[in-house]
Design a protein around this ligand. Structure first.
Ligand code: HEC
Length: 173
């Protein structure tokens, strides 16, 4: 009996470890995109080929399909990669290099209309938080990329949270 009980606990422990690691294992740890290589196409490749953004994490309070605000979709779903998620909470509310935030934007009938991305690229645009902004159609065609004034001016309302609107970065997810 004494042998069986610890063994049982070990099995539970390993099963627990396996379950808690298996989600994360699907997202590889990648070198941050560099200023010299970043582009809309490089970002699309990163979020669909080198890794799949659908395996990224979601903020528990904002996971799944959520009602969104103009000009983004009526419905949205937001994913953040492990570079950002592993760092949360960040005391100074600054997302680390390599952070990727991907937002799917859906219309009122929940049809995917576009995908908008913020990619933190060291030295890319220090004035605006070093974010590289991109917008894609559902097939990955680049619609906007770089430092579109519209993206920056609206998100600048949350400059104190590193231009991120959805959730405070200095709070645990
Ligand atoms: C008029 C304001 C406005 C403009 C312009 C805008 N956004 Fe947003 N964005 C928001 C709001 C509000 C949210 C929070 C989620 C929601 O309500 O849809 C958001 C959320 C996001 C998110 C999820 C991370 C976060 O900050 O919460 C990404 C990624 C994003 N936007 C990318 C873009 C890109 C790329 C562009 C330009 C092509 C852009 N946004 C233009 C208002 C704007």
């Amino acid at each position: 009996m004494k042998l069986i009980v610890p063994g049982g606990w070990l099995i539970i422990l390993f099963a627990g470890l396996f379950i808690s690691c298996s989600n994360k294992a699907e997202e590889p740890y990648l070198e941050p995109l560099q200023k010299s290589e970043v582009s809309g196409n490089a970002i699309w490749n990163r979020i669909t080929v080198e890794s799949s953004f659908k395996n990224y994490s979601e903020w528990p309070k904002d996971s799944g399909l959520q009602p969104g605000q103009s000009p983004h979709g009526v419905w949205h779903r937001v994913f953040a990669n492990n570079s950002l998620f592993d760092a949360l909470p960040v005391a100074d509310s600054t997302a680390p290099e390599g952070s990727l935030i991907v937002k799917e934007n859906f219309d009122s009938s929940k049809k995917l209309g576009s995908i908008t991305v913020m990619a933190k690229v060291k030295g890319y645009d220090p004035e605006s938080g070093d974010w590289y902004w991109a917008m894609f159609d559902p097939e990955g065609k680049v619609l906007k990329e770089g430092s579109p004034g519209g993206c920056i001016s609206c998100h600048a309302g949350m400059r104190s949270n590193d231009f991120v609107i959805i959730n405070p970065l200095d709070m645990a997810p």
